[in-house]
Design a protein around this ligand. Sequence first.
Ligand code: F6R
Length: 604
Amino acid sequence: MCGIIGYVGEENAVPIIVEGLKKLEYRGYDSAGVAVCGQNGFFDVIKQKGRLTALEARLSENPIAGNMGIGHTRWATHGEPSDTNSHPHVGSQNKIAVVHNGIIENYRQLKERLEQKGIAFASQTDSEVIAQLAEYYYSGDLLDTVIKVANALEGSYALGIMCLDEPDMLVAVKKDNPLIIGVSGHGQFIASDVPAVLKHTNKVCYLNDKEIAVLTKGGARFFNMDREPLSKTPETVTWDIDSAEKGGFEHFMLKEIMEQPKVLRDTIQSVHSGGNKEVIESLEAARFDKLVITACGSAYNAGVVAKYVFERLCRLSVEVELASEFRYKDAIISDKTLVILVSQSGETADTIAAMREAKAKGAFTLGIVNVVGSTIAKEAEVCLFTAAGPEIAVATTKVFSAQLVLLYILAVRFAAALGKMTEEAERGLSAEIAALPGKAEEILSRIDSIQKYASTCIGYKSIFFIGRNIDYAIALEGSLKLKEISYIHSEAYAGGELKHGPISLVEEEDTLVVALSNCGRLRGKIMSNVEQVVSRGAKVLLIGSCQDAGQSGIISYIGLPEVPELFSPSLSVIVMQLFSYYVAANKGLDIDKPRNLAKSVTVE
Ligand code: F6R
């Protein structure tokens, strides 16, 4: 995910763009850049690796100015963070400049075609192909060119495009990534998000997919892909600047929970092209006799879920290890072991150490990482990237979901490659995975009832999460989420373990038990556990496919859309995230930055 902004008007575009980029930095911050149609008839472009402050320092040494410009803050997907890979990208004729947010899935094919025509590329990015293609198509009409370019691109994009031959016109188009148009008395704006323009205007138009905006100093016009004019009336934004940075959500965590259907979709899509596809296809399942997943915190919990999925589908032995333990235990691994490192940041010190230990022992390492250019992404032999964009809330939500879905996909591919599954079964499970984003949307549409229920739960002294089999695995994550943001004591137990000790913790009135019931053959067993805690005075929230629930007011029930039990964690976790979020929100806590925690744990 990146942030883009553009301005055309009476004022100097550069300070407007830099201020706007500050409001978009949450979308990515590994490099930034700005380009203006300079007074000398050329583009003036300044691009800088690192945070926006580094770009500001460059701009103060080399001031540039112009009445039209575009800017970008990057979260690298293709090509490492570097000055060259930063946006804006300018074609090799120095005629067209582009900023892009999104991923161009067919960039390799387009690049090859253009290279065959003698066009030289400067960067490793997918985005440069847009500038080069636009110059290739350009014959005096930028709007026409943008239509041709948009028709040639596959993937997602929000684009801001300038052409030196039409120096008063800024063109924008989008598909599957956000883009707003701001209109003001002194000029017009494009931006990835409203906060970037709020200082100048609260009048915005929202572009729909495959709609084009043509902005000049005097106003904005809109067109469809057939070049027919569209009419749009600007809407008035009522947010204040602070809340708007979270896209209108009170906390980043809620925003990120709500983004999950898109994140799931993007991550599932990511294995059909580009780097993720290549990595999955390159892994030879038969080469490994053992699989180890090692990680910390929520990423470890994703590994526990994956253990159940891999073992059930692949009949392959899987160990899940906390990275802080794995690194010192003299693990029994060999060159026949696949070690999977799961990490949002790719910078967690214990997970990095576990990776280095595994490599030193000859194991093959696979990273599952969200941050391109991070240590694990660089050092693991191969790496799969979660397509979740930057995650700002300390408590992970959307990246956890993206990790799960990549692990499911890997398990299905391994099972098929190992001959443990027919092609038909593989197709069936792949279709079930593809259906998860829609089911996630269904759960999110029931947010009000989860919020209402959570508001009744802030007084509990302890909240336990129980489940069996894969429900136990995801109960670990439900419990972690709750305790880290609500500060309510919480533990997760396998249902069968209750009677071996934990049940003594159940206290009348003070205890809530969240029970998960998604495992068909174990439904009777988990319901017996529910009876056991209910008869000792606990209240119960039951989550899952268990229509026979609710025999008394003590048991509340949240049903999930129908889903194969192995993939049910992707749905039950969303309910538990929302539950935890609303418990913490009702307690008035600092949800995005819980006490004592940090987003990236780079120390041991
Ligand atoms: C919990 C959470 C942490 C991280 C853990 C690992 O919500 O976010 O438990 O999962 O610190 O971090 P990464 O994934 O960056 O290695």
